[in-house]
Design a protein around this ligand. Structure first.
Ligand code: GLY
Length: 397
């Protein structure tokens, strides 16, 4: 498919005044090149602000303060991963050096077993580094990370435990965890222990059984009782309500089941991904620019905050799902992803050079009910934006 939606006039938001009406009509090839050239410059600004040994997460505009975290935070791999995507498109040597430096910072995570996020942390980073360089040392790090992640598999519930037991949860599994299966599949498919892929399949099947509602929306958290092996309760942590559709959770589910189909070719994963895509794209609360509110059931829509990260993840997933689709569905998935990317490329969402602490995108929401990361840049929004732009260029130009 060459070009979809050649004339993409984007009408921003009916019903709110927080975003100006904007139009982006340039060809996608030009838009994508511009975004990567911008990213190469903007990330030099970001790099200068990062304290040694930490990884960038967000930016507090009021205090002009970069928010950076310890490498054990689930987002620690997105910075180096973003740099590798920028390097791939620009061949900028300085960016590559920075990417290599960022990998060294997070390498000790390869033996970390304290959360389920090893896929995010080590595959978005070292996975891209290995894809682009073929350096066997990077593959070793990925193999070790998969072994660490596999320690969190709980046979009693046929799932990987997300967070440790706490006063809130017995054995929680969150929908986000679908994103960590890709690394397990990849390692088994590239000469590693076959058990990792078996774990990924078991986890995906349990998620399929327990996380979804009949309309293909998902619960955020399913809490299990390890002594009985049964579901204890279904709830949320970052969503508006236990019964709501937290937007980034729907994006993780879409991406995760699409990736599981890539690796297994099991039709039920593809059917699930299709159902989730239709849930998102046909939702009456999806705004005209297709950048979701932070929860599809958020109070105060259309005045609720957006989540640019959900748009970037969804766009990237839709572009892959379109690879496994035909006809009208394929056209719809690519054209919706294109609308999301064009929206994110406008000044309504894309920062200006030197601003936004050096991050690319504005207006993401991390955890609104926890009063955390509301309407801010987030490193993973940048990562999936760059990935989606790369995918569009690779498959649809
Ligand atoms: N995995 C945590 C989040 O999406 O916020």
């Amino acid at each position: 498919m060459k070009r979809i939606n050649l004339i993409a006039g984007l009408l921003f938001l009916t019903g709110t005044t927080s975003f100006a009406q904007q139009t982006v009509t340039q060809p996608m090839s030009q838009l994508i090149d511009e975004q990567f050239n911008f990213a190469a410059e903007q990330y030099k600004v970001l790099d200068q602000r990062i304290p040694a040994g930490l990884t960038p997460q967000s930016y507090d505009a009021k205090k002009d303060k970069l928010i950076a975290y310890d490498i054990k935070w689930w987002c620690s791999g997105f910075y180096s991963g973003s740099l590798w995507y920028i390097y791939e498109q620009t061949k900028n040597k300085e960016i590559r050096k920075t990417a290599e430096k960022a990998l060294k910072v997070i390498e000790p995570n390869k033996t970390f077993t304290g959360n389920h996020d090893l896929g995010f942390m080590m595959f978005c980073s070292f996975g891209n580094a290995y894809r682009l360089t073929g350096d066997p040392a990077y593959k070793e790090v990925i193999n070790s990370s998969a072994a660490s992640l596999a320690t969190r598999y709980r046979p009693e519930i046929e799932s990987i435990q997300s967070w440790d037991k706490s006063k809130y949860w017995k054995c929680p599994v969150i929908i986000d965890n679908m994103m960590n299966l890709e690394m397990l599949d990849w390692v088994s498919d590239h000469g590693g222990d076959a058990r990792y892929k078996e774990i990924a399949i078991k986890h995906a099947n349990t998620t399929l059984k327990n996380h979804f509602r009949p309309d293909f929306s998902s619960y955020h958290v399913v809490d299990y009782d390890l002594t009985t092996g049964k579901v204890y309760r279904k709830a949320t942590w970052q969503g508006a309500a236990n019964c709501s559709a937290w937007s980034r959770g729907q994006a993780w589910a879409l991406y995760g089941f699409t990736a599981m189909y890539r690796s297994t070719k099991d039709q039920k994963y593809l059917d699930q991904a299709m159902g989730i895509a239709h849930f998102i794209l046909n939702h009456p609360n999806l705004p005209a620019d297709k950048v979701p509110f932070w929860d599809f059931d958020a109070p105060k829509i259309p005045y609720a905050k957006r989540d640019a990260s959900a748009a970037a993840i969804t766009a990237s997933a839709l572009l892959e799902l379109a690879q496994y689709s035909k006809g009208k569905e394929k056209t719809e998935f690519v054209s919706s992803a294109e609308t999301m990317l064009r929206s994110l490329a406008t000044p309504a969402y894309r920062a200006k050079l030197g601003e936004n602490g050096g991050f690319l995108l504005l207006h993401s929401t991390g955890a609104l009910p926890l009063d955390s990361e509301i309407d801010v840049p987030l490193i993973y929004a940048d990562y999936y934006y760059l990935e989606a732009l790369s995918r569009y260029k690779k498959w649809y130009l």
